[in-house]
Ligand binder design. Structure first.
Ligand code: IPE
Ligand code: IPE
Ligand code: MG
Length: 248
């Protein structure tokens, strides 16, 4: 018997492959990033239909600043435009939008729009959508450790009392259901400094599909793959089967 509910509560996606998608069409990389917006809309729709509670998307990593300046500039433009154009619809769909990562690195205009979108959608609960920007899993662990250190310095916490649960409460997304399914498009099988702490017991699904081609059917395949997994969390398969047995 399988211990995995059919639909994951929390899905995270590394939306990779935009550049290669554009290259195959002899277009600039920014064309691929722009095309990726449609995939985001489709996946949001799919999550709403399936009753997924949380969707966390990797839009810009802390390492992506190293890209050519014109590509970074085009991405910032795209984020601004997307915030102007997409938030109305997300709000109507009942999506709560949040940005995770070190937002202070962005322009004032972008930070203002991100905050406005978060405030505007704060009362929605059909789907929690987190967009990771200037995010790195190592940064996340460091900022949690820094908060713990500050609490120790204020005398509110003893260093010896810091455990996984304490630190976990300061990690991004701590207040949301744990990550169940981690998807990466674009064919590479790596985490690229995404949710390092949160990925500990997530199921991993890698697909060659490039992000602009990803759609609800691809999401369904990932969910089906997930539903077939046995999540043991360190226990044996027999133990898992016993906890599933209605007689127990
Ligand atoms: C992911 O697509 C989007 C961002 C990192 C912003 P890429 O731009 O990495 O596309 P590939 O991997 O070069 O094809
Ligand atoms: C990860 O993709 C970051 C995002 C999708 C935002 P990258 O394309 O930056 O990852 P690497 O460099 O191939 O590991
Ligand atoms: Mg890439």
């Amino acid at each position: 018997m399988n211990s995995t509910p059919t639909v994951p509560h929390h899905i995270a996606i590394v939306m990779d492959g935009n550049g290669r998608w554009a290259k195959a069409r002899h277009r600039p990389r920014s064309f691929g990033h722009n095309a990726g917006r449609k995939a985001v809309r489709d996946v949001v729709e799919g999550c709403l239909r399936q009753g997924v509670q949380v969707l966390t998307l990797f839009a810009f990593s802390s390492e992506n600043w190293q890209r050519p300046q014109d590509e970074v500039g085009a991405l910032m433009e795209l984020f601004l435009r997307a915030l102007d154009k997409e938030v109305d619809e997300l709000h109507e769909q009942g999506v709560r939008l949040r940005f995770i990562g070190d937002l202070t690195a962005f322009s004032d205009a972008l930070q203002r729009r991100m905050r406005a979108a978060m405030t505007r959608t704060a009362g929605n609960d059909k789907l929690h959508m987190n967009v990771a920007v200037n995010y790195g899993g190592r940064w996340d662990i460091v900022q949690a450790a820094r908060r713990a250190a500050a609490a120790v310095a204020r005398g509110e916490l003893r260093a010896e009392d810091i455990d996984e649960a304490t630190l976990g409460r300061w990690m991004s997304l701590a207040e949301l259901p744990p990550l169940d399914l981690f998807i990466r498009t674009g064919g590479d099988c790596r985490i690229s400094n995404f949710l390092l702490w949160q990925v500990a017991y997530a199921e991993l699904h890698f697909t060659d599909t490039l992000w602009p081609d990803f759609d609800q059917a691809c999401l369904q395949r990932a969910i089906d793959d997930y539903a077939g997994r046995e999540r043991r969390f360190g226990r044996t398969g027999d133990q898992v089967a016993r906890t599933q047995d209605p007689a127990c």
